[in-house]
Design a protein around this ligand. Structure first.
Ligand SMILES: *Cc1c(COP(=O)(O)O)cnc(C)c1O
Length: 368
């Protein structure tokens, strides 16, 4: 039996009745956008995170973009973030008209190296945008101190961190606002597109709500220029059904990670580091291995499907060439992206599957 990187079907089966009857009710009422399910989800997911306010939006990229717009960050402004992230992070900054300024990552967690951020601050810097990549929260205390010292905004990219914790608090509560994605493979995933913004700031909340719906609070009366980034009711039904189980899904991912760590111990593979103050929720289980591409091909031949998140860092992407970065600018990022490989990880993964994957990885590393 092949082992996929993620298996959505297994999560659907036990939720089938609840999701189907919820969707049926949406069709009966024909309130398709921003209706009772979106409103309920906004309360429920904000509460899950421990944030004051929540806004459902169309996707995670829009969530980041809308937050920047709500903070009036645009042309002439700089936002400090990492190169080692999905392109949506710098893309949102560019869409807002601002300039992403990259910083290297920590070689053990692969997250923003917070010690390198202060050097990047200029008179144009308006915000720091840490990315809680793979499901682990960036070291927020020093960042919050910097933000205070230089009067900067903090925007969390929590698109891979639904339920991740740092010093006992969940992602989405540290910065001025946070963006979540409900892309289907995320720890909380829709059956289509979805995203979310959390904030404790009533003014940001008000503006984010307006911008997602053409800059209006009242239909056809537009106070600011917004976009169309509404969340639909069908996705909200799916998300509410899954949200009830998110803690349990995250716990299972943590248990799977522990088992992988144990079974891969003693090999040359480098397993993920969970910092003491963190609760990692393993959106992805990423190891580092020599001859990574050959390992990936070998695993595929043996029916095990993996991913590379991400093979080309943003500062070397053709699309972002105009930013002026070059090879060698971020040595840690460049080294790590050549070694990382994401092993199968989803809550319904079985012990036997984790054993089979680990056995193949160990076999390959011993014999090649
Ligand atoms: C998924 C993701 C996004 C974008 O979310 P979409 O819903 O796909 O637009 C942004 N940042 C990171 C780190 C992501 O993983």
């Amino acid at each position: 039996m092949p082992i996929p990187l993620v298996n959505l079907r297994k999560q659907y089966d036990p939720l089938k009745d609840e999701i189907r009857s919820g969707i049926e009710r949406v069709f009966e009422g024909m309130q398709l956008f921003l209706g009772e399910n979106v409103q309920a989800l906004e309360k429920e997911f904000a509460q899950f995170c421990g944030a004051g306010y929540g806004v459902g939006v169309s996707d995670g990229t829009a969530a980041l973009h809308i937050i920047l717009r709500a903070m009036n960050i645009g042309p002439g402004d700089e936002v400090i973030t990492v190169s080692h992230t999905f392109i949506a992070t710098p893309e949102a900054i560019i869409l807002a008209g601002a300039k992403p300024v990259f910083v290297d990552i920590d070689p053990s967690t692969y997250l923003m190296d917070v010690a390198k951020v202060e050097d990047k601050i200029t008179p144009h810097t308006k915000a720091i945008l840490p990315v809680h990549l793979y499901g682990q929260i960036v070291d927020m205390d020093p960042l919050l101190e910097l933000a205070h010292k230089y009067n900067l905004r903090i925007i969390e990219d929590a698109c891979q961190a639904h339920g991740a914790e740092y010093r006992g608090r969940k992602a989405g509560t540290f910065g001025d606002a946070a963006a979540f994605s409900f892309y289907y493979s995320k720890n909380l995933g829709a059956y289509g597109e979805g995203g979310f913004v959390t904030t404790n700031d009533p003014e940001i909340y008000r503006k984010v709500r307006m911008i997602r719906d053409h800059g209006s609070e009242r239909r056809y009366y537009h106070d600011i220029v917004g976009i169309n980034a509404r969340l639909d009711e069908i996705q909200a039904v799916v998300l509410r059904a899954k949200l009830k189980h998110l803690n349990e899904y995250n716990q299972l991912r943590r248990e799977h990670a522990l088992l992988y760590n144990k079974l891969l111990q003693g090999s040359v593979a480098i397993t993920p580091v969970e910092r003491a103050e963190n609760k990692h929720i393993y959106h992805l289980y990423v190891i580092r291995a020599p001859k990574r591409d050959e390992l990936q091909a070998w695993l595929k031949e043996h029916g095990i499907f993996t991913g590379i998140h991400y093979p080309v860092p943003n500062h070397l992407q053709p699309a972002l060439k105009f930013l002026g970065y070059k090879q060698g600018d971020f040595p840690v990022t460049e080294k790590i992206v050549s070694e990382i490989i994401s092993l199968p990880m989803f809550p319904e993964l079985t012990e036997e599957e984790i054993e089979a994957v680990s056995r193949e990885v160990n076999d390959y590393l011993v014999n090649h």
